[in-house]
Design a binder for this molecule. Sequence first.
Ligand code: ATP
Ligand code: MG
Length: 436
Amino acid sequence: MPSVKVYARSEHTISRTLISDNALKVLYRLRKADYQAYLVGGCVRDLLLGREPKDFDVVTDAHPDEIRAVFRNCRLIGRRFRLAHVHFGNEIVEVATFRALNDDGVGDRQHGRDGRILRDNIYGTIEEDAWRRDFTVNALYYNIRDFSVVDFVCGMDDHKAGILRLIGDPEQRFREDPVRMLRAVRFAVKLGFTIHPSCAEPMPRLASLLEGIPSARLFDEVIKLLLSGYSVQTFEELRHYKLFGLLFPETEQCLAREPEGFPLVFLAKVLERTDERIQGNKGVAPFFLFAALLWEPVRILANAKIKAGDNEVFAYQEAASEVLNRQVRSVAIPRTISLTMREIWTLQPRLERTKGVRPLKLLGHPRFRAAYDFLALRAETGEAEPELANWWTRFQSANEAEQRAMTREGASPRTGVPRSRSRRRGPRRPKVTHDT
Ligand code: ATP
Ligand code: MG
């Protein structure tokens, strides 16, 4: 076990100007009350990169009741593990007591099958707190007493080398909590770090352990993975490590069937747009993203039903229900989101009807805009008729007389008959290389 290393203020690059005033207030106040107080985790990791952290986690030797006694604006939360939330208007600074994970069976730590940790609720020392964390770069402590960085796990060396490495035995740590595999991908992409080979190697082998994770937790992780602003690369890495198929089994089957075909081109385009929007500080709608992720399975199933004689709209409704029912077993999609996904899907065949009174009615549909955007992306990537998408683009900006004329004619005769998918293909994405 390496001994502790302390990096003095002059030996690291953390600038207090990037630490929020409220986090500093919390740290100073604890310090003044004679408790230890550190920043830890993602915020220290990000500060070392000169990035502004999205939130600040504080750890201390004070117990929850003692923390509450120090702050008036404080609430204790969590049943499994109690922590304090210190409120400052919109900002919350989370304050936790050092926690241990000792293997002596004392305390109320519980293991499930496969060595998964179900509960852990034992207070400990700062060093114990470091060892229970996931990656070495997530276990660095910024000490408010002297502005040093305290490192028990050689996290600073890994941070400098850009390496993401689990603390301890990788396989055991992944078995304890398989979500760490998803976190590995998320952090590696976000930070531009390399997953250490000792951690990368077991991931495809252990990917199926994600089946044991509650689907609601996986939904939270998927949101973090895909709304990170780096979803294109994240998606590629998730597939590389065989994790994606555990999250979206039917989508992965479609992708595997046509390794370079429409499903991949379409998803790459949607994810690219998502990243652009996030990087441009524009909002993104999770329902749109999820609708895209599951479009191919829904489309294929709906087409099979249509071939078997079902009416189009009904076929899409049924396909949507079946695909969603199976999907929520792995990643629970909340109903508010899945209802809108269904609307986008079932509006797709309705958008093919461009004659008569229907188009005008459809313009007033609350989900028209999302469904039209969806159609435009399908057309752009070769699965829907571009002329159909163009028709709707023109229809929206046409005046009444023009609209009447347009609905007499309808879109061009080829409308509604998707071209052969192999004929139109978007630009290929450069492949991610894996040197390790
Ligand atoms: P982000 O920038 O996404 O917030 P983060 O590192 O702060 O990244 P959190 O999920 O907020 O991630 O967790 C805070 C810290 O708690 C981590 O840095 C890590 O030290 C510890 N941690 C979180 N999840 C786990 C886990 N599954 N296993 C072990 N330690 C964890
Ligand atoms: Mg965090």
